[in-house]
Design a protein around this ligand. Sequence first.
Ligand SMILES: NC(=O)c1ccc[n+]([C@@H]2O[C@H](COP(=O)([O-])OP(=O)(O)OC[C@H]3O[C@@H](n4cnc5c(N)ncnc54)[C@H](OP(=O)(O)O)[C@@H]3O)[C@@H](O)[C@H]2O)c1
Length: 254
Amino acid sequence: MNPPIKDWRGKRVWIVGASSGIGHALADLLDTLGARVCVSARNQQSLNAFVANRPNAFAIALDVTQPGALALAFDQLTVHEHIDLIVYCAGHYTAMRAQDFDLEDARKHFDINYLGVLNLLDACLPKMTSCGKGHFSVVSSVAGYSGLPKSLAYGPTKAALIHLAEVLYLDLHPLGIGVSVINPGFVQTPLTAQNTFHMPALLTPEQAAREIVDGYRKGEFEIHFPKRFSRFLKLLRLLPYSIYFTLIGKLTGL
Ligand SMILES: NC(=O)c1ccc[n+]([C@@H]2O[C@H](COP(=O)([O-])OP(=O)(O)OC[C@H]3O[C@@H](n4cnc5c(N)ncnc54)[C@H](OP(=O)(O)O)[C@@H]3O)[C@@H](O)[C@H]2O)c1
C-alpha cells in the first residue's frame, strides 16, 4: 500500500517523541540500520544522550503543542534535502474513568496526541505535497479501535488519529507520499508504567521497534502488533454493541 522501505542506509528520518519508549527504541534501531535520524521531544538531556555516540544522529528539542517550534524544526531539517520518513510518536496517557473526569488532563491528551499531529502537518504538508516525496507515519494505538474502560481521555484521541491517517492516505497516496498508522498493543514504557492491571501480550520497546520496521519493509498502511492481541481486538469491534459491551466488561472486570 506504501512504497516498501527496505534499505535504511542514508535515509533521513525525523521522529517526534523520541526521548523515551517506542520512539527512542525506533530511533536506535533505524540508526543501527544506517538511517540519519533526527530525534525530537522536550527532554533535551535524553536527546543529547542519544546523539552522543551516534555520529549520524541529530537532535532538536521541542514541544509539540507549540506549532512554531515544529515549523522551525521542519524548515531547519529540509533546507538542503527532503525527509524520507516523519514519525509522530509523542503521546500522553492517564487512565481516566467517567467517575474521575478531569477536563484539564483530557485537554492535555487532545493537545499532545491529536493537535500536535495537526501542528506537524501544518509545518510539513506544503513542502511534502509540492515535491511529492516522503512518508508520514503516526503512532496511534489499538485503544483507538473501540471504547475500552479507563480510556476516557486517551482512547478518543487515538481513534481520531486512525481516522486522520485514513483520510491522509486517500489524499497523499496519489501524490506519491507514504502514509501509515502504527497501532501498538501494550508496550513496557514510561507511559504504561502507571498501569496497575495486567497488560496482556506486553512487548518491550525494542520488540515494538522491530515490528514497526517490519511494517515499513512490507509497505503496510496499518502496522499493528502484537498480532495475537491486535487481531483479537479487531475481531471484538466487529461484534454488535450488546455483545461487545458485555464481553469487554467480563474480560476486564470493569
Ligand atoms: N506503551 C504502550 O503500551 C503504547 C501502546 C499503544 C500506543 N502507544 C503510543 O506510543 C507513543 C509513544 O509512547 P511510549 O509508550 O513510548 O511512551 P513514552 O516513553 O512516555 O514516550 C512518549 C514520548 O512523547 C514525548 N512527548 C510527550 N509530550 C510531548 C510534548 N508536549 N512535546 C514533545 N514530545 C512530547 C515524550 O518526550 P518528552 O517527555 O521528553 O517531551 C516521549 O518521547 C505514544 O503516542 C503512545 O500513545 C503506546
